[in-house]
Design a protein around this ligand. Structure first.
Ligand code: F6R
Length: 607
């Protein structure tokens, strides 16, 4: 979603800002802009990619201080006027903003009554005008005063023509990180933009404001007190990742799964003990024995991983467990049992709804831990404890390797809890050994993925596509349908297979493509009956099944075998792979913007 960059130092700021914005492109955006201090405030904005903006920036423009932004439209259409930075009516103050000012309409009405003329439809534009209203020569005090009446979420960066070597930044609910260089300072909403410049960083917390100069920064609470946070070392894995030999990040990330899974599992599954260790949970065996239930919270793909995790918690550890969409959880006034353990699952660690759900658990005195990919992200820090999934940077908007690592991390947690509470060493060893063997199986499958092209021909020609499965394979069906919608823009529905006959089967007619996920587990025969039911109505079927399962293959128009797993809980790590590839190749065949699908953002930092 929206991205912020800022620079103060001896270099010409424009190329530094443009490079930072390019690194934030993966988050999804529709326009971009920069403001440079070159005596006045020099603003350039363009609709479309950062490349459009780069073409419009005069390379001769000097300016050693600047701020930049990629905008993902919320309030007001995708136009140059609505792109950031926004300036006050004297063109002396420029602001970039991530988040949403919820009471902007009331503030705008008041400012208009005072004679202020607005030039955009955005919520953000109230900020430069408010700051101008409170400006008496001290930039920090002006921003602090302007933020007092503001409700909502923000990460902002502000420059003043009168103060050429200064950026003021403030945060409430939308991340900001500053990086310390040699006589220069960088600011960004996402540490990815800092990679290559510095690894010495500091994250702002909510309700904090800072004055940034080339020499460093001063940090304050919005209510006045001076504070400081220690510098942190940016993790190696945050360094920028390019596409290498692959045509798209998505394909590269699909192929990285053997390695990302190895990283997630290594050192955590303790084969000889038949158990697992997740030090970041910091739970004693007694703590684990006393967990009353597990609630797994997340959005989109992370929610789907949570569904598999909840099934594993019940089956391996016999702890009552559920997964819930974080955006719903946070607003339903949930009952929080103090002995429950909540897990917040998020690739980016910045998803506003998941962060809101974390806060809801915490406000009610509950215990919540992160299952997060991005080290140092807001959710990881808000939870304080948890497990990093270590899938490495995921750049494509459609999540692939993060899903399998999230599932793997939740399986490890379930094994750890199960071994403590219920299962014996032999069963633990069998499960742990099988889990450790998964990266090898994933590598074997992605090297030889079967007739994906025939599956693509079938789904790309359909009006809509059904995905179904049962148990954990229903979560995989949901994930496969989400991928195909996102990447190929093909309407898809996903159902627990047995639910088809309770209504959705009315939509099946001759040639409707149906993708069935049928690993060879206890539900296989029942799912195959559901396949027969749709076939009897003319559907064409793509069946993802275990290698050697001839009965499933015989029912399929397109049969896609994947390596067999003994435990059905582990099967999603294999059955999801062909669905990722079908979505990728269907998107390619239909000429879609694979890594950055329309309307989507990688990091969903607004509600
Ligand atoms: C789907 C996808 C989204 C994210 C969702 C949560 O491919 O990427 O559905 O899974 O926006 O994002 P995180 O995991 O960053 O919290």
């Amino acid at each position: 979603m929206c991205g912020i960059v800022g620079y103060v130092g001896p270099r010409n700021a424009a190329p530094v800002l443009l490079e930072g914005l390019r690194r934030l492109e993966y988050r999804g955006y529709d326009s971009a802009g920069i403001a440079l201090l070159d005596g006045g405030v020099h603003v350039v904005r363009r609709v479309g990619p950062v490349a459009n903006l780069a073409e419009a920036v005069d390379p001769q423009t000097a300016g050693l201080t600047g701020i930049g932004h990629t905008r993902w439209a919320t309030h007001g259409g995708v136009t140059e006027d609505n792109a950031h930075p926004h300036v006050d009516s004297t063109n002396r103050i420029a602001v970039v903003h991530n988040g949403i000012i919820e009471n902007y309409a009331a503030i705008r009405a008041l400012l208009e009554e005072e004679g202020v003329h607005f030039r955009s439809q955005t919520d953000t534009e109230v900020l430069p005008h408010l700051i101008r209203k409170f400006y008496r020569g001290d930039p920090l005090e002006a921003v602090r005063a302007a933020l007092q009446p503001v409700q909502g979420t923000y990460g902002i960066a502000v420059t003043f023509a009168d103060h050429p070597g200064v950026i003021i930044a403030a945060r409430n609910g939308s991340p900001l990180v500053v990086g310390k260089g040699q006589g220069e300072t960088f600011l960004a909403s996402d540490p990815t933009a800092l990679a290559g410049h510095t690894r010495q960083v500091m994250y702002l917390e909510d309700r904090e404001i800072m004055r940034i100069t080339a020499e460093g920064w001063e940090l304050f609470r919005l209510d006045g007190a001076t504070i400081s946070h220690a510098l942190e070392e940016l993790a190696e894995e945050l360094t920028w990742s390019d596409k290498g030999a692959f045509q798209h990040h998505m394909l590269k990330e699909i192929h990285e799964q053997p390695e990302s899974l190895r990283r997630c599992l290594s050192g955590r599954v303790v084969a000889e003990e038949g158990g697992a260790r997740l030090g970041g949970f910091d739970l004693s065996t007694r703590d684990i024995a006393n967990i009353s239930r597990v609630g797994i919270l997340g959005c989109g793909t992370s929610f789907h991983a949570g569904l598999v995790g909840a099934a594993a918690m019940e089956q391996l550890a016999r702890i009552p467990a559920f997964a819930e969409i974080a955006s719903e959880f946070r607003y339903r006034n949930p009952v929080i049992d103090p002995d429950a353990l909540f897990l917040a699952v998020s690739q980016s660690g910045e998803t506003a709804d998941t962060l809101g759900a974390v806060r809801e658990v915490q406000v009610k005195g509950g215990r919540v831990m992160g299952v997060v990919n991005v080290v140092g992200s807001s959710i990881a820090r808000a939870c304080g404890r948890g497990v990093y999934v270590h899938s490495g940077p995921e750049i494509a908007v459609a999540s692939t390797k993060a899903f399998t690592s999230q599932v793997a991390a939740l399986l490890v947690a379930s094994l750890m809890f199960g071994r403590t509470r219920l299962i014996g060493a032999d069963e633990g060893r069998r499960f742990g050994k099988e889990l450790l063997g998964v990266p090898e199986l994933v590598a074997r499958y992605v090297d030889n993925p079967g007739p994906i092209d025939r599956a693509v021909d079938m789904v790309a020609g359909g009006k809509y596509v059904f995905f179904f499965g049962r148990g954990v394979s229903h979560a995989v069906a949901m994930e496969g349908a989400l991928k195909l919608k996102e990447v190929a823009y093909i309407p898809c529905m996903s159902y627990p297979a047995a639910e088809m006959k309770h209504g959705p089967i009315a939509l099946i007619d001759a040639n409707t493509p149906v993708v069935a996920i049928v690993p060879d587990d206890v539900m296989r025969d029942k799912t195959l009956s559901n396949v027969q039911e749709v076939k009897a109505r003319g559907a064409r079927t793509i069946i993802v099944h275990s290698e050697g399962d001839e009965a499933s293959a015989a029912l399929a128009d397109v049969s896609i075998p994947v390596p067999r797993t003994r435990s059905s809980l582990i099967s999603p790590l294999l059955t999801v792979l062909p669905l990722q590839l079908i979505a990728y190749h269907a998107g390619l065949a239909l000429g879609r913007n694979i890594d950055r699908p329309r309307n989507l953002a990688k990091s969903v930092t607004v509600e």
